[in-house]
Design a protein around this ligand. Structure first.
Ligand code: ADP
Length: 491
């Protein structure tokens, strides 16, 4: 019970009467004190408000209390009660009115009525809230049990990256069973830099592969939901990975086993020419056998290379000087360039940082891109290589003025075995070169795409994160994947 009384004598008497009735009493001597009491953690059940309380008009104060704390009953104490003032008090929301000087018995009766009114109001409010929110709570618990049953992991975060929902599948895969996680910051719950990077990444909607501590692999998809925050789903693709590995192992074994008989065939075909005179038709057949064997050997070699890079392992990682690497590949290509009367030039930035990765894989990458540019560009054509650095990323561009690639096929040229319609039957190739290149780029956490106008040439852009030893010490949140440099188009 709060006594908002300016009159010290009245206040003293009321305090004693209420204490004898078993009530706990607080006091406020002016409007400011009353407002402060209404901001406190424990609120009064009822207020005895004197009409001459300094600081505000009592009826306005009464209306204010009813607006902000409708459950608190207010009894008005007035010096000169009249039917008109009673009516005004009732309109403003008072539950009772007592005249001065206060009578102890009347006060206790009025307070008992006020408290009873509050009890009734509270009961009604509880029933109403239950009626309105009941279906909602049922719906929420239904949703929670559905989320608990699904095999995919689900994580919902609010705008501050605190956990709103985390389902059972995700908990069990990341060893988070049992703990209360709702409301906790996601950084404090997951010790998984790649997962945290993906959650904060600007590339909302992109899929990413994430490995759980137990070794399972998930396709993680992050979506931003306006007004809610972030939702991430985790689909277990471990079995697909397993299948992929089995397929890779199979292709590797078969390729190895095929290579030796092919080498034998080639050896014997060469011997036929030396064994005795062959007529022109036989010579033509020998050449056909040779070129078929060469094409098959190329295919096997590419399959084996792809198998090796697909394992993904950057086992022999080292800081690599891409400038030197490009220069070496260019010099290896010189005989072909001269034979085809082409021009091959390199343009490079002044100081180029190193790239951390596998020298042999990066060499393969440059070799395939430059090899294609030379192969597909007509005699007398031009090939340009540029190397530059932009925002902690090394950008390699290989451009030519060859036939270019049809627009509708550009997205497919990185697929295995895909050869675009710009390539004639006679142009040798396996359709695996760019698949190898793409896998190598991904192994190095980079990006690749092509720009090409048919008839005007093609330009392949590779973006690789540069080697910055001091950035390694950064906290997980600040470690980001390479940005889309120069052009936001993927692949
Ligand atoms: P391959 O060269 O063995 O056919 P790739 O995977 O290296 O296989 O390339 C796939 C296809 O992309 C090629 O068949 C060709 O159609 C196209 N292509 C690649 N590079 C170029 C280029 N520089 N100019 C035009 N087309 C290209």
């Amino acid at each position: 019970m709060l006594l908002a009384l300016a009159d010290a004598t009245g206040s003293h008497m009321a305090r004693q009467a209420l204490a004898s009735g078993g009530h706990t009493v607080g006091e406020a001597r002016d409007a400011q004190g009353l407002r402060a009491a209404l901001r406190a953690e424990i609120l009064p059940d009822a207020i005895l408000l004197e009409d001459s309380l300094p600081g505000a008009d009592s009826l306005e104060l009464l209306a204010e209390i009813k607006r902000t704390h409708p459950l608190i009953s207010v009894v008005l104490a007035v010096a000169r009660p009249s039917p008109a003032s009673l009516l005004q008090a009732l309109h403003a929301g008072a539950v009772d009115m007592l005249p001065y000087p206060l009578d102890a018995q009347e006060l206790l009766t009025a307070v008992a009525r006020a408290l009873e009114r509050k009890r009734v109001m509270q009961g009604w409010l509880k029933r109403e809230t239950g009626r309105i929110t009941g279906p909602l709570s049922r719906r929420i618990s239904e949703m929670e049990s559905i989320l608990g049953q699904v095999d995919d992991g689900i994580l919902v975060l609010d705008k501050q990256y605190c956990i709103v929902t985390i389902n059972q599948a995700l908990r069990s895969n990341f060893g988070l069973e049992g703990a209360e996680l709702t409301g906790r910051s996601v950084d404090k719950v997951f010790d998984h830099p790649a997962l945290l990077d993906a959650l904060r990444s600007e590339d909302s909607g992109e899929r990413q592969e994430i490995q759980s501590p137990q070794g399972r692999v998930f396709h993680m998809r992050v979506s931003r939901i306006p007004e809610v925050g972030t939702v991430a789903s985790f689909h277990d693709i471990s079995y697909l990975k397993e299948l992929d590995k089995l397929k890779g192992d199979f292709v590797n074994t078969v390729s190895h086993d095929l290579r030796s008989p092919l080498t034998a065939i080639l050896g014997y075909v060469e011997l036929i020419e030396r064994a005795g005179k062959v007529n022109p038709q036989q010579l033509e057949f020998i050449h056909r056998v040779k070129s078929s064997v060469h094409a098959t050997t190329d295919m096997i070699d590419d399959l084996l290379k792809l198998g090796r890079v697909e394992v993904g392992a950057l086992d022999e990682q080292a800081p690599v000087d891409m400038r030197l690497l490009v220069a070496n590949v260019m010099s290896d290509l010189q005989p072909k360039i001269q034979e085809r009367n082409q021009t091959l030039r390199m343009r490079k930035g002044r100081s180029l940082p190193l790239v951390m990765g596998s020298r042999s894989q990066l060499n393969q990458l440059v070799d395939n891109l430059l090899g294609n540019a030379v192969k597909y560009t007509q005699e007398g054509g031009k090939v340009y290589v540029t190397l530059e650095v932009e925002q902690h990323q090394l950008i390699l561009r290989v451009a030519d003025n060859g036939p270019g690639i049809p627009l509708e096929e550009q997205a497919r040229i990185f697929e295995k075995f895909y050869r675009a319609s710009n390539v004639g039957e006679m142009t040798p190739g396996t359709g695996l070169g760019l698949a190898i290149v793409k896998t190598i780029v991904e192994n190095h956490r980079g990006r690749i795409w092509v720009d090409s106008k048919p008839g005007e040439g093609a330009m392949f852009t590779v973006v690789l994160p540069v080697h910055e030893p001091e950035r390694k010490a950064m906290p997980a949140r600040e470690r980001t994947a390479p940005q889309k440099a120069a052009r936001p188009k993927a692949k």
